[in-house]
Ligand binder design. Sequence first.
Ligand SMILES: Nc1ncnc2c1ncn2[C@@H]1O[C@H](COP(=O)(O)OP(=O)(O)OP(=O)(O)O)[C@@H](O)[C@H]1O
Ligand SMILES: O=P(O)(O)OC[C@@]1(O)O[C@H](CO)[C@@H](O)[C@@H]1O
Length: 302
Amino acid sequence: MIVTVTYNPAVDQTIQFDEQMAPERVMRANKAQFDAGGKGINAAQFLTAMDRPCVATGLLGGFTGSFIRETLQDDGVETAFIDVDGTTRLNTTAIAAAEEYKLNQAGPTVGESVVDALLEQVRAQSPDRVLIGGSLPPGLSPDAIDRIAAGGDWETIVDTGGDVLRELDAQYGLCKPNRAELGDATGADVSTVEGCADAADAFRDRGFDRVLASLGADGAVLVGDTGRLYAEALDIDVVDTVGAGDALLSGVLSAWEAGADDETALRTGVAVSSQVVQRAGTAVPDLNDIGSLRDGVTVRRL
Ligand SMILES: Nc1ncnc2c1ncn2[C@@H]1O[C@H](COP(=O)(O)OP(=O)(O)OP(=O)(O)O)[C@@H](O)[C@H]1O
Ligand SMILES: O=P(O)(O)OC[C@@]1(O)O[C@H](CO)[C@@H](O)[C@@H]1O
């Protein structure tokens, strides 16, 4: 069973415009939606949709926090959040004439004591795996991630910014940087797939048994003791890439939970992410046909 931890959840507002973004004038959206968001929360939604036992935890506050809790419960996602003072942030994605703008708030300031409460919440679920996803709110340091990782006999997966990844000291089963985060974390040249695989492999020495690096339209690499796997992205019409990395990671974890090997897991991740990027927002897409989509993913060893 997987527990996800989102220290800094968000309500994701996605607004769409026909014309290009321009300053100093009123832009009128033709579509708008609100979704429960945050990297661990997205993963919990995708995992639940794939019938993988999962509990979403983290910090919630204010009316936006209530929206997230109610949305998850309506979607059948098990929750065990800690309530905090302040208001969970609202992050905005503006899609204007096929260009995407991502505007993320910082989130409410919290005290270090929330880490103790959250760790107790995680322990109470007796998970096999814990996924810690997303940024840290003001008031918390990377130690808040390490403490969860070292707080029980579970495998910890982490998906956070490169600046935080390089500060982590605990042992992790997997980290999931995207291309920019991999470059930030390692200082390596990540302009080629091979370069990303080299950087991911070297980064394992920093306490990560495996590294799943997502490369956007170039697909993804998974490096670990069994070698270096590269999966090409599927050729699809992309609407909104927000949540793509969470979907990739969820597909990989879902396959591992079912006992699949790394190649099948990587294929599954690419298949799930390809479904998410074809629609706006971070709500759960149709994941019923993942098996045939997965078979269409090209994977090779590097
Ligand atoms: N343009 C694209 N075409 C096809 N697939 C894509 C495209 N962009 C992303 N994907 C799929 O989504 C996966 C993750 O993409 P990406 O590296 O952008 O994640 P990310 O930056 O971590 O996203 P987020 O942080 O918003 O979750 C890719 O490995 C790929 O399978
Ligand atoms: O600010 P963070 O925590 O790094 O990222 C938050 C976020 O952009 O990540 C998700 C997509 O991966 C969205 O649901 C959410 O708005």
